[in-house]
Design a protein around this ligand. Structure first.
Ligand code: ADP
Ligand code: MG
Length: 615
């Protein structure tokens, strides 16, 4: 083996650069972070050739003194920390003093900065390790960094870049992630001279989030709040009916840093358990303030991960806030949209709590108009951020008045007591009918409620079964002549490992030699039993892994609920419809089936009136 040598600084820097500067988007991230750290409120980013040819970040922050400009580009040169103990209380994005050093080592790099009002500044430029300029240059207060020919001296890294479209999308995502978390920033971003983002400071956080994610999804998001400063959570999360196919639409910020924090992601997953389908993910923007000394940000080269000293409390805080927001919503939405129009009660001054603008108290922006120009760039974001649109709403909304939207001004909605709908549906004179042998229409005072009979029944069975499992009071009915079922080996395995769950559900099952079992009883009131066919279907669902769920027991219950629920196409008697509606409103999660499909829709009198332009 050759002798060990200490690598020349330049080579060491290029190696280190690989960690920080993975792609053009990482350069943009580091430079924008520096601008924010410098207190800039206005930041402009220009990109050419997907960031490889040129990235320019200009800010109007505090700038640097002439002597500091060249120093800033040196390794481990930082103004943000001075001693190791400072690492435990980092309030800035940067602290390692490595970004400019790394970026400049793999590009044609130029930085011009001024910390004064008289237009005098300093310029430093280098090509990789070779310094090409270090002299006075005019610049307004603030800093401009220009990075050209990225990776010109590290061809291997250049080869790893993806297509221009992908790299451009990553840059845009980076810009959006700053924009989402910092509504007070004025951000401009252009690609090949064409403007992609022009964001003025937003008056409220909600406004900025809506501008980025789109007003469409915003309507289906509820406000999250929890904790108290300095340990606090704020944000927005989508309703179970509006999910996405991946986690790309989950923005978690800890002390304004976008991170993939496991405990938070798990809390989100748990909060939505059983109300959204398997492998679907809510859209969520969540900002956590955590005391700086409880977060270690120095664990990841790109600082995309942090280490929390109190993971459990973060998990709890997020989980509780989500649960609260979602259950508050499911209790009130129906009534909110429903609004008891027939009675026309006086209009209250304040809108319903769930619809209220949170006005999350960001410092008021310095100057600048308070509105953001949503429409003009939203369509462009849609293109670039195409994954956003994929599988946009998981369930299409019934919204015949879309085209009339602008013609019709909706009156303010009136929140009503949570039990109102249940009560209305339960009224003697509520009118029920079945449509297409699949949907139950109920005419109530303020409009029409539509229930998907299969989804609703699934939900009822799922929730009551879960309760049985928890309370351990299985209600079963004995079969006069026990049934003997022949299982496959894998099915027998399911029986063996899940006997407890089946027992708690109300099944009396016994091994019967070989691969057979004997059924002596099944849950009371069971439909679709069909001489044991139902049980075989459940076994088969589990063996084939057909039914998603968070736990083995949940999968069994979900399969059982699906198989034993009334089917679409099954004619129901009036009494059956009434009972189903009654039971549905008595379960904890009436608004969606265990796979997350909605169970109830409503058409309010307002809706109908607006179709006919009467409102
Ligand atoms: P870090 O951000 O970790 O300190 P960087 O290499 O990103 O390291 O920057 C080095 C130093 O250069 C910073 O600490 C800061 O003092 C200065 N600096 C960098 N960018 C700017 C900027 N846009 N405005 C003012 N100062 C800057
Ligand atoms: Mg930095």
């Amino acid at each position: 083996m050759p002798r060990i040598k200490v690598l020349p600084e330049e080579v060491a820097r290029q190696i280190a650069a690989g960690e920080v500067v993975e792609r053009p988007a990482s350069v943009v991230k580091e430079l924008v972070e520096n601008a924010v750290d410098a207190g800039a409120r206005v930041i402009s980013v220009r990109v050419e050739g997907a960031g490889v040819r040129m990235i320019e970040v200009r800010d109007q922050g505090c700038g640097m003194a002439p002597d500091d400009v060249a120093l800033a580009v040196r390794s481990f040169a930082t103004s943000k920390i001075a001693r190791a103990s400072d690492l435990s209380t980092i309030e800035t994005f940067g602290f390692r003093g490595e970004a400019l050093a790394s970026i400049s080592s793999v590009s044609h790099f130029e930085i011009i900065s001024s910390d004064r009002e008289n237009g005098e500044g300093w310029r430093f430029a280098c090509h990789g390790k070779e310094e090409v300029e270090n002299s006075p240059a005019p610049h307004e207060r603030g800093t401009t960094v220009r990075v050209r020919d990225l990776f010109f001296n590290t061809p291997a890294r250049k080869k790893f870049l993806k297509s221009e479209t992908t790299e451009r999308r990553r840059i845009l995502e980076t810009m959006l992630s700053f924009a989402l978390a910092s509504p007070e920033l004025e951000l401009h971003y252009s690609v090949e001279g064409r403007s992609e983002l022009d964001l003025v400071p937003a008056a409220a956080w909600r406004e900025r989030v809506a501008a980025i994610l789109g007003g469409g999804i915003m309507k289906h998001m509820v406000t999250l709040e929890g904790g108290a400063a300095p340990f606090r959570l704020r944000g927005f999360t989508s309703l179970p009916t509006h999910t996405r196919a991946n986690r790309n639409h989950q923005f978690i910020y800890i002390n304004r840093r976008l991170v993939r924090e496991k405990s938070v992601l798990q809390a989100v997953q748990l909060a939505y358990r059983n109300v959204i389908p398997y492998k679907r993910f809510p859209v969520i923007v969540l900002s956590l303030d955590i005391p700086y000394d409880l977060v270690d940000v120095n664990v990841h080269p790109n600082k995309l991960e942090v280490r929390l000293r109190n993971e459990r409390s973060v998990f709890d805080l997020v989980h509780r806030a989500l649960k609260q927001a979602l259950s508050a919503h499911s209790e009130s939405t129906l009534q909110v949209r429903y609004s008891g129009v027939a009675a026309r009660p006086p209009r209250p001054a304040a809108p319903a709590a769930v619809l209220a603008d949170p006005e999350l108290d960001y410092a008021a922006p310095r100057g600048g108009p308070a509105v953001s120009d949503g429409e003009s760039y939203r369509s462009r974001i849609k293109d670039a951020y195409s994954s956003y649109m994929e599988g946009s709403a998981s369930h299409r909304e019934f919204n015949p008045q879309l085209s009339l939207k602008n013609a019709v001004r909706k009156p303010p909605v009136v929140p009503a007591a949570a039990g109102e709908l249940k009560e209305e549906v339960g009224r003697e004179d509520a009118l029920f009918w079945q449509f297409n042998n699949a949907y139950i229409f109920i005419q109530v005072r303020g409009g029409i409620v539509v229930i998907d009979q299969h989804a609703a029944h699934e939900r009822i069975i799922f929730d009551t079964s879960k309760k049985r499992l928890e309370n351990e009071i299985p209600l079963s009915q004995q079969i006069l002549f026990p049934i003997h079922l022949e299982l496959s080996l894998r099915e027998l395995e399911v029986f063996r490992t899940s006997a407890e769950v089946f027992h708690k559900l109300g099944f009396h099952l016994e091994p019967f030699g070989g691969t057979s079992i004997l059924v002596r009883g099944y849950p009371q009131g069971l439909k679709n039993w069909e001489e044991g066919k139902l049980l075989l279907q459940v076994f088969d669902d589990i063996v084939q892994d057909r039914i998603p769920g968070n736990s083995h027991a949940d999968r069994i219950i979900a399969s059982f609920a699906c198989r034993s629920a009334v089917k679409a196409g099954q004619r129901l008697a009036m009494e059956e419809m009434k009972m189903l509606a009654d039971q549905l409103f008595a379960v904890p999660n009436p608004y969606s089936c265990p796979h997350g499909r909605p169970t109830i829709q409503r058409i309010s009198l307002e809706d109908i009136e607006s179709w006919f332009l009467r409102r």
